[in-house]
Design a binder for this molecule. Structure first.
Ligand code: IPE
Ligand code: IPE
Ligand code: MG
Length: 237
């Protein structure tokens, strides 16, 4: 039998899109060229996701710690994210994809915030895929902010978590987390939501990531046996 999400619904796949800079440096290109090539890989996975049974796709575009990088690189990333949103929002709306973003909203440039808000409202009726993009996101800071609201149950804490990362639509727990680029760590992405996620680490740098590798990662997920701490299969509660 195939592995399913904890709720039995379409899968939530999270991706740490890593390796852009090293990909570019290996080609003697500026690091920003790696980020630009990475945008094409984003388009490929967004197109492929619905047919693979993925209902929620969370992409790590920029971590809070990434803001410590040189100003030039951070600005190139802001510009690329803005251009992606401006280019893709209409296409997402046509494909029934809902696009939301999560992370801090108080340190981003005004034009990027405008693009994010426009993309969210243009796509709010999308039901085929929920595409979530993490910008200035830190798992630890989100948990700390949510905990300071101290709700009593996991359900209430889930809502506090969504509020703490400025997300209007709470997402289910992550089923599968994929990281490209060779590192085997979470780097502060969705720490709470990945409690029982299956982890797949790939050496391939993000700009080279193909839809077939997403399909292989999902197939690997289905070969795993999820027990959620219990002894029988599919015993999630
Ligand atoms: C991931 O690629 C994208 C971001 C962190 C914004 P990197 O920029 O971390 O690429 P490497 O890890 O240096 O190759
Ligand atoms: C994680 O990658 C952040 C994103 C992919 C957006 P990093 O490159 O920032 O992580 P570390 O520094 O290798 O842990
Ligand atoms: Mg990296």
């Amino acid at each position: 039998m195939q592995s399913t999400s904890a709720s039995g619904d379409a899968l939530h796949v999270a991706i740490i899109m890593d390796g852009n800079g090293r990909w570019a440096e290996a080609r003697r290109l500026p690091r920003a060229a790696g980020h630009r090539a990475g945008v094409e890989a984003v388009r490929r996975v967004v197109s492929a996701a619905p047919a693979l049974g993925i209902g929620t796709l969370s992409l790590y575009a920029l971590s809070s710690d990434n803001l410590k990088r040189p100003r030039e690189e951070v600005e190139a990333l802001f510009d690329l994210i803005r251009a992606y949103l401006d280019d893709e929002a209409a296409r997402c709306a046509r494909r029934d994809v809902r696009l939301t973003f999560f992370g801090r909203r108080d340190r981003l440039p005004a034009d990027l915030l405008d693009s994010l808000a426009r993309a969210e409202s243009r796509t709010e009726h999308g039901r085929t895929l929920h595409l979530r993009i993490a910008v200035d996101y830190s798992g630890r800071d989100t948990i700390v902010r949510a905990a300071s609201n101290a709700p009593g149950s996991r359900r209430a804490f889930g809502r506090a978590l969504a509020r703490a990362m400025n997300e209007r639509v709470p997402a289910p727990a992550v089923d599968l987390l994929v990281r490209t680029g060779g590192e085997r760590r979470l780097s502060d992405f969705l720490l709470y939501e990945c409690a029982y996620a299956e982890l797949v680490f790939l050496d391939r740098p993000w700009p080279e990531f193909q839809a077939t590798e997403l399909a292989e990662s999902v197939a690997e997920f289905h070969r795993r046996e999820r027990r959620f701490g219990a002894l029988t299969r599919h015993a999630a509660s």
